[in-house]
Design a binder for this molecule. Sequence first.
Ligand SMILES: *Cc1c(COP(=O)(O)O)cnc(C)c1O
Length: 345
Amino acid sequence: MRYDYASDNTSGVCPEAWAAMEAANRGRVPSYGDDAWTTRAADMIRATFETDCEVFFVFNGTAANSLSLASLCQSYHSVICHDQAHVERDECGAPEFFSNGTKILLAGGPQGKLDPAEVESVVTRRSDIHFPKPRVITLTQATELGTVYTPAEVHALSDVARRHGLAVHMDGARFANAVASLGLPPKALTWQAGVDVLSLGGTKNGMAVGDAVVFFRREFAREFDYRCKQAGQLCSKMRFLAAPWVGLLEGGAWLRHAAQANAMARRLAARLERIHDVQLIAPVEANGVFVEMPKSLADALMARGWKFYNFIGERGYRLMCSWETTDAVVDEFAAEAEACARALA
Ligand SMILES: *Cc1c(COP(=O)(O)O)cnc(C)c1O
C-alpha cells in the first residue's frame, strides 16, 4: 500500500525535528517542563507570534482542542463550530467530555469556512435559560476542506464573537500551511484578528508527536497546567515534546515544510483537474486536494495500491500532501490516475 495521500500524518519526522530530539537526548535535565528546551521552545513560539502569550505542550490535537475549549467554558456553555469541524466529527466527544458537558452547536458555510451570518444566527437563536449559553466560536485554520481563512474572514468571525461576549478559538492543526499559503506573519491570522486561543499543530508539520496550546489572552490559561496534568497530558520528559519545536521554528523549517506540502497539493490538483470526470470540490489553498471523481476511478487507484479516503458523499475524496511529498510521487500518482481514467472511459 502507498500511504502518501492518506493523511499528512503518514509521513515521518522531518530532519530538523529529529536533530533537535537527538540534541535533547543528552544528559539529565529537570522533568515536567522545568527544563531549558521547554523554556526555549515556548520563547520561540512567543517570538513567532510577536506577543507575550502563554504556551503549553500536549501530545496531540484532540487534547489541545478539547482542553483549551474546556478552559474557555463552563459545563452549561456551548461552542459553535463548522459542521465539518474536527472537534465535531473526529474527536470522539472529547471537547464535551473534558468540559463536563459543554454542547457543540453546528453552523455552516461554504468551503469549510464558517459563515459569520450563520454563526450569528446560531448565537442569537435562543437567549433563554433553557438553552446552553454560547461561549466560544472555534474555527479551523487551514480548514478541513483545505481552504484558508484570510485575516479579514477571521476578523469577521471575531467581530461576531465580541458583539456577543464570546471567545475565539482556532484549531490550527495545519496552521503552518495557512501561514505559508498566505505569506503573512502569524500574528495577522491570530491575535491581531481576534483569536484568543490557538491549538498549534506540530505533528502534521513534521514532528513525531506534539501540539501546542497558545493562549493570547493569558487569563484563559489560568490553572491550565492542572487541566493538562489531570487529562494525562503533562509529559514528564517534556524536553522531547518541546525540542522539536525549536528544530522546526529555528531557521523557518516549519514554513518551508508547509510550503512544500502546499506546493505539492497545487501540483497534484493541476494534474488531476485535467482529467475528465475529476473536479475540485474546493480551491487548493493548503496541503489538501479535495476532488469529486467516480467511485470506479477511486477504486481503480486503490486497487493499484494507493490509499486515500472518501470524504464527502459517494464521490468526494481527500488527498493530503505532507512535507515529505515530492514532485516524483505527485507525478506518479497523476500518471496512474490518467491511465485509470483512460481505461475506464
Ligand atoms: C489532525 C487534526 C487534529 C488533531 O488530531 P489528533 O489526531 O488528535 O492529533 C485536529 N484538528 C484537525 C483539523 C486535524 O486535521
